[in-house]
Design a binder for this molecule. Structure first.
Ligand code: ATP
Length: 275
């Protein structure tokens, strides 16, 4: 996927203000950014669901603005909220969606994969919020897409469901599926993404891997421990030397922790938030 100079203006708002993106086949890419940053606008343009004001966009080799049904069958979209088909059962919905695609996965296997086997006969309107999201994911992947868009996929998931969902995303990626994810959970981006970009005010303010974003891997390290006077903490470029010095003569350091800025710390700094 290639994006050059993408812009989108609404009447009096510039939502996306010149974005370049390159996402390689088979990678998991996370788009991060605060509310109103322009993530959904960008993603919906890439999905072919919104027009753009300017810029070049190529998704699976085609312009989403003009691509047809055959292209659409190669992508999978997991929407933030899908409200249709509330009267159908889970199994009926997934089977029904499978019928839209030329070479779908086995719908029952997909239901199992998203952890809804026990709810296969339940009506969609009877599902809990997290179960409903799992169904959205099932509908997004049943067509065996080459590229999946996941817009805030785990909002409302309990911690175990999130981990199960992460495993599912990893399995899709291991199969060669390209994934574009938006999320407000930095741990999710860290767990899943090969590459991340931070978008703020319609422009990309940083990009990299979760480990290197914003100079994270070379940032100073905090060494904390306890001594007779109470908790102590030092910021250092050379944590090994510092710990060696502190523990000279084999002294055990109580409560020793060594930490680099979390992805969330780095992210908040990048978008100008408070820590
Ligand atoms: P969130 O994290 O809250 O989902 P986002 O990064 O996805 O935010 P967008 O939905 O892309 O942000 O919105 C970017 C900007 O464009 C916002 O200022 C928003 O108010 C504006 N915007 C989005 N859709 C429209 C629209 N249909 N008409 C006018 N303005 C819009």
């Amino acid at each position: 996927m290639q994006v050059r100079g993408l812009r989108k203006s609404y009447a009096d708002t510039v939502a996306v203000d010149g974005i370049d993106l390159d996402i390689e086949q088979g990678r998991v890419f996370a788009l991060l950014g605060p509310n109103g940053a322009g993530k959904t606008t960008t993603v919906e343009i890439l999905e072919g669901h919104r027009t753009r004001t300017a810029g070049e966009v190529s998704v699976l080799g085609q312009d989403p603005g003009t691509a047809g049904r055959a292209w659409r069958a190669r992508i999978g979209i997991v929407l933030q909220t899908a409200g249709d088909a509330a009267g159908l059962t889970v199994a009926e919905s997934v089977h029904h969606y499978a019928g839209y695609y030329p070479r779908p996965a086995d719908p029952d296997a997909v239901i199992e994969q998203v952890g809804l086997a026990e709810k296969a006969r339940a009506r969609v309107k009877q599902l809990s919020g997290g179960q409903r999201r799992r169904l959205d994911v099932a509908l997004g992947i049943v067509g065996r897409p080459e590229l999946v868009f996941l817009d805030e996929p785990t909002t409302g998931f309990d911690p175990r469901a999130r981990r199960q969902f992460w495993d599912l995303v990893r399995a899709l990626a291991a199969d060669g599926t390209t994934i574009l994810l938006t999320t407000h959970y930095l741990d999710e981006a860290e767990a899943l993404a090969d590459d991340v970009a931070v978008i703020s005010g319609g422009t990309i303010v940083a990009r990299g891997t979760p480990a290197t974003l914003g100079g994270r891997s070379t940032a100073k390290v905090t060494v904390s421990w306890l001594d007779e006077t109470g908790p102590r903490s030092l910021l250092t470029d050379t944590p090994t030397a510092l710990v060696n010095e502190l523990s000279a003569g084999g002294r055990e350091l109580a409560g020793l922790t060594i930490s680099r800025p979390s992805l969330e710390d780095t992210y908040l700094e990048l978008i100008g938030g408070t820590r």
